[in-house]
Design a protein around this ligand. Structure first.
Ligand code: NAD
Length: 447
């Protein structure tokens, strides 16, 4: 279902009317196209406080040149050295003169460190960066995004993340706080900084040689995820229910992958996957999902159970089966699918909200153990309003509200979730673990 309002506001009469009536004015976002241009302009690197971060080499590899016309496409503020409230004045002094000049669909990226539990002044100052980031995201407009990345260790561990957030691939990711671990020992199969040092061209197909299984990939977000992982070089296995066999086969054929039709809730699902992938796999994307909406007071058990089964129980079962069998190779990636409904809650979705919140619990608990025992990271994407068949079925008024109630005043596309998944699956993302990354244009719902 096309967003006609977004198209209208791009016309001259649309611009005139929305300005006069004070209506939301979404900017057409610049998204990644293969071989297409990156962000439109250069990068401005600012520092607040005294930083010891060796950021320049990492930023040099983003492919963005230095800003030379006072209209940066990206501003990176290194605030890792901010240790108290006085340091926050440096943050203001750095950003205040430049925020207005950031290009349309540009990026503002703040770098911090984890709040220190033993230093409440440092903790206050670093936590303050979160409030600043989320507030600036809500006021900056014109398709610009604002995110905070907290680094526990060296800048190199954050390279894949910085490259993602400073590119058109992250067009619909705003208002997020992403923690990067130390990952001192590169897990076998992970890239170290040198592997990504050759510049953007050498990183075109980072998933070459890797096998990815995407559940629910016959259409919608799952199809886009499979397509993006295949674009990045992965061999994809398109899993969907037997009723979607034709669509799954069509997607698999287009991507040069294979289709696997089974119901992910079936008792034998894990065994069927192991049989289909006797050599194991590298990337497991739990995307399959369903809704059966009704308020709890009106919800019989037969609407509760399937939602919990598809969205949560089968994710737990499949993950356990594949990890226990050692099927996920070291350097592997698990990406599960939560939702803003699992963070903020949603009337009529107690079943879905419970299942999607359960995904967050699963990710946070399993992530450190899966990394230690198997060298596998576990993260989740939490989409907001994404334009798919699922949301096209939502009644018009609620659909329109869902589209506009975010800082970018528009719905996201399946490709936005797919690009986020591809970043988490990237060989250089080994230090990104246990994260719940919202792809929601900074939805007004939830934090
Ligand atoms: P969709 O309905 O378009 O696609 C879901 C796919 O999952 C379908 O192909 C379906 O056949 C498959 N599937 C369902 N049950 C299955 C099962 N038991 N076994 C195997 N495959 C099964 O949905 P979508 O909008 O593309 O959503 C994809 C994921 O993103 C879901 O987990 C959904 O909850 C989540 N999500 C979507 C949105 C959104 O705005 N579209 C927002 C938040 C979260």
């Amino acid at each position: 279902m096309a967003d006609r309002y977004l198209s209208f506001t791009g016309t001259a009469p649309g611009r005139f009317l929305t300005r006069r009536l004070g209506l939301p004015r979404p900017a057409a976002l610049t998204r990644h196209t293969p071989g297409g241009p990156g962000l439109d302009g250069g990068l401005l690197h600012l520092t607040a406080g005294t930083s010891t971060l060796d950021l320049a080499p990492v930023l040099a590899r983003t492919g963005l040149g230095a800003d030379d016309d006072g209209r940066p496409a990206a501003v990176v503020l290194d605030a890792t050295g901010v240790r108290d409230v006085d340091g926050l004045a440096d943050v203001h002094a750095a950003l205040h003169p430049v925020v207005r000049s950031v290009a349309t669909s540009g990026r503002i990226l703040v770098l911090g460190t984890p709040p220190d539990p033993d230093d409440h002044h440092q903790a206050a100052a670093q936590q303050a960066l979160e409030g600043l980031t989320r507030s600036l995201g809500k006021e900056t407009g014109r398709g610009r995004t604002v995110n905070l990345v907290r680094l526990a260790g060296a800048a190199a561990a954050a390279e894949s993340t910085l490259r993602f957030l400073l590119s058109p691939k992250s067009a619909y990711v705003s208002g997020q706080v992403i923690d990067i671990g130390t990952a001192p020992d590169t897990a076998p199969g992970d890239a170290d900084a040198d592997d990504t040092a050759a510049g953007p061209g050498a990183d075109d197909r980072p998933l070459t040689g890797r096998t990815a299984l995407v559940t629910g990939a016959a259409r919608g977000i799952g199809e886009a995820v499979a397509e993006t992982l295949a674009r990045d070089g992965a061999r994809v296995v398109v899993l969907d229910v037997p009723q979607a066999e034709q669509d799954a086969a069509r997607v698999a054929e287009r991507l040069g992958g294979t289709a696997l039709t089974l119901d992910i809730t079936a008792a034998h699902a894990g065994r069927r996957i192991l049989e289909a992938l006797p050599d194991g796999l590298d990337i497991l994307v739990h995307n399959a999902g369903i809704t059966r909406d009704r308020r709890l007071a009106n919800m019989p058990a037969d609407r509760w159970a399937p939602v919990l089964d598809v969205n949560l129980a089968s994710v737990l079962r499949t993950t356990d089966t594949l990890l226990d069998a050692g099927a996920l190779r070291p350097g592997g990636r698990i990406v599960a699918t939560s939702s803003i409904a699992g963070i903020a809650g949603n009337a009529g979705q107690t079943n879905y909200g419970a299942a999607k919140a359960g995904i967050i619990g699963l990710v946070r608990s399993l992530a450190p153990r899966a990394l230690a025992a198997h060298g596998v990271t576990v993260n989740a994407v939490a989409p907001g309003f994404i334009e798919t068949r699922m949301t096209a079925a939502v009644p018009l008024f609620i659909r329109e509200a869902g589209r506009r109630m975010n800082s970018l005043a528009q719905g996201g596309l399946p490709a936005d979730v797919a690009e986020t998944t591809a970043w988490l699956a990237h060989p250089g993302s080994g230090a990104v673990n246990g994260q719940i990354v919202r792809v929601c244009g900074q939805s007004l719902l939830g934090a």
